[in-house]
Design a protein around this ligand. Structure first.
Ligand code: SF4
Ligand code: SF4
Length: 387
């Protein structure tokens, strides 16, 4: 068994837990499963044993791994922890420890196999990464894969391959073209950002992906990288040395706000009432709450109502942390709670800034025949584009 990989700070943080239960009260997994053993509080007890004697038997290891991986990594526990414990980092360290000691769920092995074999999380042919561009109104011969551009749009695995999510890059590409942005996508030269490896406890393997993607962007002469996926964006923000390579990175909501402020996008009136779901990695991780709201406010006629739990307190959609792979039922139960909260606002559409949130909420709404429109903000802006 390898040595545990926890920092001294993390060991001290574990001792600082007061048992106040604030983390359990906001945890979407605890609420959806009605199981307190999925809480940060419960997990901290197991972590103390791991940091001490590591005296868990096989059954206890397996049970403990079940709580650590049945978590969306939404960060809501960390947001409310009065002791200031960096809980999300702890969950990632725990996953690394459990994976290194062969205690992670079997399905986690698939992430490693897919990423190392195909360079995308779904084990699709990476040469088909730009095939979604064939559905653009004016199909570009080069599939938008240009060798030189000011802006690179980093598509991400979900948007590149999932038909439901492909509507987002299609919409964003139309908006970028309407704003006459000099942009390119990288097609097969784009690899997964590496975020799923972190969630699988395999963060060490992400380095190759980081270097590859940075080189691919830099060789195109781009200065700006734009992401519609908050997890790709957060991965770059926290783990890519992008500043050293002379790059600035923006989430699509920030880039759209810039384009609107620079009057490069003209918007028409939309008669629609919407609410907004803050994606965990854009909100609690990257602390970007205003850009999407500024974009919504710029659309004439649009009526906006906040969710009861918004900004830092926004409830996860159920789509994060590789949870869908480990426990699809729990992921859907979390999505149910989210959709119920959306419906309580009376809005006819929920807008977000994440392809995985769109996919999770839309899949639940469709399967359960819930009459709810689920849109990424790029789709909404495209709807509002003046002809
Ligand atoms: S990260 Fe989210 S799902 Fe995981 S324990 Fe914390 S609150 Fe629960
Ligand atoms: S909120 Fe923080 S201090 Fe309170 S029980 Fe959870 S981990 Fe411990």
């Amino acid at each position: 068994m390898s040595e545990p990989k926890y920092t001294l700070g993390q060991c001290l943080e574990t001792a600082a837990c007061t048992g106040c239960r604030a983390c359990a009260d906001v945890c979407p997994a605890v609420k959806a499963a009605g199981d307190g053993q999925l809480s940060a509080l419960y997990r901290m007890q197991g972590l103390k044993r791991i940091l001490g004697a590591r005296d868990l038997n096989d059954e206890e290891w397996e049970h403990f791994a079940g709580t650590v991986f049945r978590c969306t990594l939404c960060g809501n526990c960390q947001e409310v922890c009065p002791a200031g414990i960096h809980l999300k980092d702890l969950w990632i360290s725990l996953r690394r420890d459990l994976t290194a000691t062969a205690h992670s769920p079997k399905k986690i092995d698939m992430i490693k196999k897919n990423l190392l074999g195909s360079r995308n999380v779904f084990d699709e042919d990476n040469e088909e990464r730009a095939d979604w561009t064939e559905d653009l109104d004016d199909e570009p011969e080069d599939k938008l894969c240009r060798d030189c551009a000011e802006v690179v749009y980093f598509t991400g695995c979900t948007a590149a391959y999932f038909p439901v999510a492909q509507k987002i890059p299609l919409a964003l590409a139309e908006v970028l073209s309407a704003a006459e942005v000099d942009y390119a996508i990288m097609g097969e030269d784009e690899w997964c950002c590496g975020f799923p490896l972190l969630g699988a406890g395999l963060g060490d393997l992400a380095e190759e992906f980081i270097q590859h993607n940075l080189d691919a962007v830099v060789k195109r002469g781009a200065k700006t990288v734009v992401f519609a996926c908050p997890s790709c964006y957060a991965m770059w923000l926290e783990h890519y040395p992008y500043r050293e390579r002379g790059l600035r990175i923006l989430h699509a909501t920030q880039f759209l706000r810039e384009l609107i402020e620079q009057k490069k996008i003209a918007l028409k009136e939309l008669d629609l009432t919407v609410t907004y779901h803050d994606p965990c990695d854009l909100g609690r991780t990257a602390h970007e709450y205003d850009a999407p709201r500024d974009v919504l406010a710029a659309i004439p006629g649009l009526r906006f109502v906040e969710l009861p739990n918004n900004r830092e307190a926004c409830n996860c959609c159920g789509g994060g942390g590789n949870l869908e792979m480990v426990d699809a039922g729990l992921s859907a139960d979390i999505a149910r709670a989210k959709v119920d909260e959306v419906l309580s606002t009376g809005a006819s559409a929920v807008v977000t800034g994440c392809q995985q949130c769109v996919r999770t909420m839309l899949t639940f709404a469709k399967r359960n025949k819930v009459p709810l429109e689920v849109l990424d903000i790029a789709q909404l802006v495209k709807k509002a584009l003046k002809d």
